[in-house]
Ligand binder design. Structure first.
Ligand SMILES: *Cc1c(COP(=O)(O)O)cnc(C)c1O
Length: 249
């Protein structure tokens, strides 16, 4: 899938968001799902203040960030735009305290020490946090997340950490042009979800955070409830208003 050109105006950003939402709705309808059951999470990593302000006028309320320091640096711009942020990238245990009270959701929980550190901080301030357990659905060594077979034991071990509300599962599918390989990752997620519902909580784990710019329609056809879309909304990362030259990634 080709990405839109770099966004240089509020109107262009709104058009891109509308186009993505239309594709989300069309993908949902193809599999008889209600488009309202799929949430668009715009990914604002490397996106700077001006475009964040434009995003604030779309009516969207939550964005994804993959680095705590970057998100904290953008806290004012996000707040001014009326946006909260979800942590979608790997979170080191020694940075847990920075995310607590700042991130509205955590999509990348895959470590019990991290869970413990988060819970300790959350208990201290009397708050809870919506979390997604990250699963390595492709088996690639480069990817974070639990092996599918380890998820049930991990979820059971989270029980003492009562401030963490496990909403569901998150994954990054294999990055490939082979749609069947990508779809197999999403199907693996549904299997893991099904097993959890049988063994742990029949009504739980409703959320599947999966699908990015290149594969979100396929993810929706395979049950995604949250899609995390960056370049499909903002255009290629590392260019555009507010991006220091050489600050690309
Ligand atoms: C960057 C990122 C995305 C969005 O990627 P795009 O290809 O720009 O849509 C989604 N999820 C995670 C965890 C990311 O880091």
């Amino acid at each position: 899938m080709s990405h839109p050109a770099i966004v240089t105006s509020e109107a262009a950003l709104h058009a891109n968001v509308a186009a993505v939402q239309e594709r989300i709705a069309a993908a949902a309808r193809r599999v008889d799902r209600d488009p309202a059951d799929v949430r668009l999470l715009p990914v604002t990593k490397t996106v700077h203040d001006e475009r964040i302000a434009w995003l604030g006028t779309t009516g969207l309320e939550l964005v994804g960030e993959n680095k705590v320091q970057e998100a904290l640096g953008k806290a004012d711009a996000l707040a001014r735009a009326g946006l909260r942020w979800a942590m979608i990238g790997h979170l080191q245990t020694n940075k847990a305290r920075h995310a607590v009270g700042a991130a509205a959701e955590l999509h990348s929980l895959d470590d019990l020490r991290l869970a413990e550190a988060l819970d300790r901080r959350l208990q201290a301030i009397g708050e809870g946090l919506d979390v997604f357990v990250q699963v390595n659905s492709s088996g690639e060594a480069s990817k974070s997340g639990l092996a599918p077979d380890d998820v049930a034991a991990f979820v059971a071990a989270l029980a003492p950490f009562t401030s963490l509300r496990v909403r569901g599962l998150m994954t990054l599918a294999v990055f490939s042009d082979d749609r069947e390989l990508v779809a197999a990752c999403f199907e693996r997620m549904r299997d893991v979800q099904e097993r959890l519902r049988q063994d742990v909580d029949a009504d739980g784990f409703a959320e599947l955070s999966m699908g990015m710019s290149g594969d979100y329609e396929l993810a929706i056809e395979h049950g995604a409830t949250t899609v995390r879309v960056g370049e499909g909304i903002f255009g290629p990362r590392g260019t555009g208003p507010g991006v220091p030259s050489g600050g690309a990634r």
